[in-house]
Design a protein around this ligand. Structure first.
Ligand code: XBP
Ligand code: MG
Length: 253
């Protein structure tokens, strides 16, 4: 079957948004609400076990801040905190705070030139995706993606397969028509759960994750003159993650 679409995760895959983006924005929201919560780099790594910002704050209070007395309207507080966090995060992106990861801009351009369809499948909010695409990729990059599957559009977030299944339905494609890109164990569980072949580009937070079932695991997408490190699989003779490598992975049994 012919490859028709590429589906990208956002956080950790398109850009290293977690440590210096989402984490910083969460802490700014906590300060704004007079909370003494502080998520340092290492604690945040543990909190990443749970996807979704609202879910992550509830997990933090249940597992790491058990002495915190939850107010009666705790759920409303979480929603308000998350709204503030989204504002801080998108402001940070607007200031040019987070660059695209190596090779991602080149690969997206290559896919567009070849007429491949593009989609996003992420647990983060649509506003955050739009801001990253606009400020870190290109002014009109939002329009390059025919489907942006994001946030609360499905109730069960990654590692559930729902967000990928939703994206496939919106595009009217089957899993076999697509190829996905992820950076984390929760992410690849989700894409593989939907039956989509997946390449993993790791980052500092996900280096030790279990990527069983990945088509290949590499350090980053690389560039023609800067090959990525290969942890698992092969680049099929290509210097970096390009369309030729992706077509070869997609066609392989
Ligand atoms: C990304 C996430 C998100 C962000 C925060 O996972 O886990 O929860 O950290 O997002 P993935 P919000 O890359 O697998 O999609 O605060 O906007 O919910
Ligand atoms: Mg991710």
């Amino acid at each position: 079957m012919t490859l028709q679409a590429l589906i990208f995760d956002v956080d950790g895959t398109l850009a290293d948004t977690e440590r210096d983006g989402h984490r910083v924005a969460f802490n700014a929201a906590f300060r704004e609400f007079g909370l003494d919560w502080n998520w340092d780099v290492s604690l945040y790594g543990e909190l990443l076990a749970i996807t979704g910002g609202k879910e992550r704050m509830r997990y933090y209070v249940e597992k790491f801040n058990t002495s915190y007395q939850q107010p009666a309207d705790f759920n409303d507080l979480v929603v308000a905190l998350h709204k503030a966090k989204t504002r801080h995060y998108t402001e940070l992106l607007q200031q040019g705070g987070i660059p695209m990861r190596t090779g991602t801009t080149r690969l997206i351009q290559e896919a567009r030139d070849a007429g491949l369809r593009l989609a996003i499948a992420t647990t983060t909010t649509p506003e955050n995706v739009t801001a990253l695409l606009k400020y870190s990729l290109a002014d009109d990059a939002n329009d390059w993606f025919e489907v942006i599957a994001a946030g609360d559009i499905v109730p069960a977030k990654k590692p559930a397969a729902d967000i990928y299944i939703w994206a496939l339905q919106q595009m009217g494609l089957s899993a076999q028509d697509c190829f996905a890109f992820e950076d984390s164990e929760n992410g690849i569980k989700s894409s593989l759960g939907a039956g989509i072949k997946t390449l993993v580009t790791v980052n500092d937070y996900t280096l030790t994750h279990d990527f069983t079932g990945a088509t290949a695991v590499v350090s980053d997408m690389g560039e023609p003159d800067a090959s990525p490190q290969i942890m698992c699989g092969s680049l099929h003779g290509q210097p970096c993650v390009n369309l030729a490598a992706i077509r070869a992975w997609h066609a392989a049994n």
